[in-house]
Design a protein around this ligand. Structure first.
Ligand SMILES: [Zn+2]
Length: 86
C-alpha cells in the first residue's frame, strides 16, 4: 500500500508522490516513488547530513581535479594539430 507523499515532488511534473517501497542499506534510506499525477517513477536516497556533506566535498574535489586536468591537457596540446574540445 503506497504511502502518500511527505513533501517529495515529482521530478517530471512537480506533483505529489507516493512511496512504493522503502529500504535501508549502508546507513542510507532508499525510497521508490511514484507520481500521483503522471505516474513517473523514480528513486530517492536519504543520507544523514554528515554523510551528505562528505559526499558533496568529494564531488567538489573531483570537479576541481577535472578542471585542473582540462587546463593541463589544453596547455600540453597547445600548438599541436588537434581540434578543440569542450
Ligand atoms: Zn509527475
Amino acid at each position: 500500500m503506497p504511502v502518500r507523499g511527505k513533501g517529495m515532488r515529482c521530478t517530471a511534473c512537480g506533483a505529489d508522490t507516493a512511496t512504493l517501497e522503502t529500504r535501508r542499506r549502508n546507513g542510507a534510506i532508499y525510497r521508490r516513488r511514484q507520481c500521483q499525477e503522471c505516474s513517473e517513477r523514480f528513486s530517492t536516497r536519504e543520507l544523514p547530513e554528515a554523510a551528505l556533506k562528505a559526499l558533496q566535498a568529494q564531488c567538489s574535489s573531483l570537479q576541481r581535479d577535472r578542471e585542473v586536468l582540462r587546463r593541463q591537457l589544453r596547455r600540453a596540446a597547445a600548438g599541436l594539430p588537434i581540434g578543440e574540445w569542450s
